[in-house]
Design a protein around this ligand. Sequence first.
Ligand code: ATP
Ligand code: MG
Length: 198
Amino acid sequence: MEDDIRRIGIMGGTFDPIHHGHLVAASEVADRFALDEVVFVPTGQPWQKADEPVSSAEDRYLMTVIATASNPRFQVSRADIDRGGPTYTVDTLRDLHAEYGPKVQLFFITGADALEKILSWKDLDQMFELAHFIGVTRPGFELSAAHLPADTVSLVEVPAMAISSTNCRNRVAAGEPVWYLVPDGVVQYIAKRRLYQG
Ligand code: ATP
Ligand code: MG
């Protein structure tokens, strides 16, 4: 029966740190696509950022838990962290399918910049079988739908939030506030663990 199928959003990211742009995007897509939940999946060692230092997986995981704790429809998965090694989206989708069983439809939520990279990857056909892809607009990134297969990729405009993790890290390093860019508990966690202080 159609009603038995759970609609699960997946939001992968480095989340170094998680910020309100991520949370607004997830909330907006959950509403538009009537998702039952959104699972945030912090990456393992991010291969696309191999040259830059990235906070430990545990710090990124805990900030993601803190940021999502108050929302009953938001969950956090350790799948990519516990698998170890670089994260490939196709592995994330396979693991979450195995974890949630056959009665789910997965929706992979990603920003415009990340979507463009994904669409240049090799396992594309497999990934499209595993999930519907949702690209969210992001200030500073143009999203062109021209070359995208409409049955497997949707584009969604979210309220413009010019926030990035890079900017949050730079602000902390410069002694500037990140209040209201990231959830309060994340501000406090960054201070407690002395993250991003250069
Ligand atoms: P960094 O600056 O380190 O690259 P980031 O802000 O891009 O960090 P990521 O963890 O890389 O954060 O992003 C995870 C996902 O969230 C990606 O798909 C990204 O495109 C999307 N995303 C990030 N910031 C926003 C935002 N402000 N609005 C909408 N989507 C966003
Ligand atoms: Mg990014």
